[in-house]
Design a protein around this ligand. Structure first.
Ligand SMILES: [Zn+2]
Length: 165
């Protein structure tokens, strides 16, 4: 019985082999666009994959390059904890902290990212005047960002490189 089943199996496999097309399709493949070094950063900055306005898209592209540029200052990879936020998310986040949401946060324009900074070393390095200028960045004061570093690429209202949100 087992022998018959085995023979039957071989027969079925043989027939299906003959029936299946053996030649691969000769249609040319559509080439995938080359991925750019900043693409994974953009995915991280817009992790919920929101449809962005043109301005936010342009900002996030520039912010991702800024991330790669400032990363060159550090031995370990910088961990992004927050990037683009929708207006609703921003309001919700501050409501949960029992605070009034700041209006016009750069996060809502794709122009700001938060980087994990438990020992303050990220802020210490980025806040050096030469780095603020060289990378074109603005930081929230350390007093407002205890264990993270808020980096943005658009100036705050005050125009100060280090500002209180
Ligand atoms: Zn922030």
């Amino acid at each position: 019985m087992r022998f018959i089943l085995a023979m039957l199996d071989i027969l079925v496999k043989g027939i299906s082999y003959l029936l299946l097309p053996s030649k691969p399709s000769s249609k040319p493949l559509i080439p995938l666009p080359p991925s750019r070094p900043q693409d994974w950063v953009i995915r991280k900055l817009n992790s919920k994959n929101y449809a962005l306005s043109q301005t936010a898209q342009a900002n996030i592209e520039k912010l991702a390059l800024t991330y790669l540029n400032i990363s060159s200052l550090f031995k370990n990879p910088l961990r992004i904890t927050s990037g683009y936020r929708s207006q609703d998310e921003q309001i919700d986040l501050y409501r949960r902290m029992g605070k009034r949401p700041p209006l016009g946060s750069a996060h809502c324009f794709g122009a700001a990212m938060d980087i994990l900074d438990e020992d303050g070393s990220v802020f210490a390095t980025l806040s050096k005047p030469e780095n603020l200028i060289r990378f074109g960045i603005y930081l929230e004061a350390k007093s407002a960002t205890p264990n993270w570093c808020h980096v943005q690429i658009t100036p705050p209202k005050s125009g100060k490189r280090i500002f209180i949100p």
